[in-house]
Every structure is written in structure tokens, then in C-alpha cells.
Design a binder for this molecule. Sequence first.
Ligand SMILES: [Fe+2]
Length: 355
Amino acid sequence: MSAVTVSHNLIGRVLNQDLYSNTGVLLLPKTTVLTENHIRLLRNQQIRSVYVSDEVWSEGDGEAISNQLFGLELDQESVTSYLEAMEDTRRLFESVQLEKMPRLEEFTQAFQRVAVSTEKRMSLFRSLYVLEGADSYTYRHSINVGILSTLIARLLKWKEERTRVMGAAGFLHDIGKMQVPKEILLKPGQLTEQEFNEMKKHTIYGYEMINQMEGSCETLKLCALLHHERLDGSGYPEGRTEEEIPIESQVLAVADIFDAICSDRVYKSRTSPFEAAQQMWKLACDGLISIEIVSVFVHYIAQLYVGSKARLNNGEEVEIILIHKDEPMRPLVRRAQEFIDLRNHRQLMIEKMIG
Ligand SMILES: [Fe+2]
């Protein structure tokens, strides 16, 4: 345990003592994982240093997620297929660390059942972004990006085989992270420049690992290598631009960014698919990701949430009623008996999905 000066470097660290204000009011209990809002609170309270734990954050065993999934009104088959995929992914990804490379078929089998089950009933997909906590994030992110990549390929009307490869590419895109040291991969705070450079290598490691898999193909390798490239050349590892980036990697980038924004991480809380769509629209307008892919994706996703419950940034709970064609990220919502068109209330946004 050590006293650390209050700064943004503390985001994601775990408090090791209850924290009180100068007037004796409990501000944050022990074991709180610090977020940006907490840092603001500490600064407002003129607290200069806090005691945090030295331990490295662990991925968790998936129990927190399975409890939440079973608590939702979902059909058993969907829930079971998702949890089984999570367990299989954990087992397979961890075996990779031991330098035994499973065949591609083993990975696709782990993913296929949940992919089919999600496509049949999109209710599971909607619930993915209601789940709280960063438990098993790496494994869930792989499954979710596989599901999203399949979905985008379908929206782009790709042939069956190409769609299937896209799903596998999404599922495997971050496998190179298994070769990044755990202290960096699971570090709760901000990475140093050197650590970030090491983290970036997961793209190259991923390419090499998939290259070793029996039955792999060029698309899978390139998707792992190039999913952090951006159209304006600002990405990594090669700084490619525009058509130098294969369309499959561009699809993967959209799926990857969406899932990361909508999921709780140890250092940030999730935001709603509507807010994610807004942020992605901006990235597309700034020329970083494909506007064509973002456009079809955002319209589809928004439509999917009609009837869902959400919380606005003013704390009010609403139901999504109608998606507008011109601005799918700002739907018509209902609060009790009153309808609010979010296009006319620019200060309001959908902060979180809650059911
Ligand atoms: Fe990645």
C-alpha cells in the first residue's frame, strides 16, 4: 500500500482505505476503483494524496457477469451460449499464453454457437450493454466484436463465407494481447509511453499467432494486424491510409470502437450505444473511420433499441420510442406520459441503457 498524489494517473487504481472529507463525511469507501469523476471530487475536496492498493487488477472469473445475465429476462439458450463462449474463450486464450497454438477450428467452434444464437434473438445482444463491471473484459470484448463484425458484414450484404470469416476475424482480433505482459494489459491506471508502445505490439503479435494457426487465412491475419489503423494515417502499427487498409479491417475498427465505448472498463464507465454512435459519427466525419460503414451500422443499432429503457444525463429514466432517419442518435423518448424529441433538446443525451 502506498500514498499516491491525486492526479489522472490514479484512474483505475483501487482505494485501500475509506476516504473522508475534512468535515468527516465518507466520500469514497475502501475498494472503490477510481474514475475521472472521483479524481474531480478529490480535487474539489482539496485532498492531495490517497492510499491505493499495489495489486494488479485481475480479469475476474466471470461470476459477476453470469449473475447479471441470469437476472435478466432472456431465454436460457442465449445466456448459456454466451457464458459457455466466455469460458471457452478464456481457456483457449490462456492456452495460447503457454505457447501451444490451438487450430483455427477450435476458436471458431468456441465462437460459432454464440454467434448463431445471437443472430436468432437480438435480445441477448441488446443486453450486452446493460451489463455492469469490467469482469472478464478481454474475453467478452473478443466475443462481442465477433458478433458485431458478423452483423456489419450482414448489413453490407456480404456473402455467407465472407461473413463467417469476418466473425472469426472479430473474435480473434485482440489475441495478440495474450503476449502483452499482464502488468501492462491489466494495469488499472494510465499507461506510460513505453507501456503504450508495448501494448501497440498486440497487433503484430496477433498477426504472428494467427499465422501459426493451422487453417488460418490472410484476412484473419491482416485484421489482427491492421484493426488500429485509421484512414487519415494516425493509427498503428504501420500508419496506413485510406485504401491501403483492407475493408475487413475497417469493419473491425468500427466494431472494436463501438464495443469499447459501450463497455465498463476498470478505468471508465460505459456509455450508451446512442452516445457511442455520436462519438463514432464524429470520428467518421473527422476522416478516421469509414463513414459508409458507420452510417449503416448506426441506423441499424439505434433501431434495435426501440422499446428499451435508458437513463438520460439529467438522471431521468425514459423509454426509446422512435428513431429518426436524419438523426438516429437523438430519438424520440417517453418520460412517464410525456414525449421528448431529443433532436430539440441538444443538452440531453442518452447516458446509459438500463433495460
Ligand atoms: Fe486491439
